[in-house]
Design a protein around this ligand. Sequence first.
Ligand SMILES: [Zn+2]
Length: 120
Amino acid sequence: MLCDLIDTIEHHLFECHTSKKLWNQLEKWLIQTLEIKHTFTICEIIFGIICTLKDKNILNFTILLTKWYINNTKTNDNELFLLDLLTVIRQKLQISLQNIKLIGDYENENNWQQLLFNVL
Ligand SMILES: [Zn+2]
């Protein structure tokens, strides 16, 4: 493991220096590519964002995949990299967009297309 501290859920996903670095990189990436300015809190990372924030769906999608990526990568004793996370997000987005097209949800399709365009 990359860290010797006790690995609670909070530490594993957020407080560990390796996880925290990834969340910080993700926040910078969200500003630079999607103009979404958001600072993730430990509550949001564990429970998701439940307020009526405009970008709530994109942020919750990103939080879920980032948690999956952190857990999967750390469990296999590998290092966390933003580019690897973006690859995971791109792959899941391509599948989600196919589903959105199938159900004809055009309003959401544009939002997700924009996110996909930015992770390519
Ligand atoms: Zn740690």
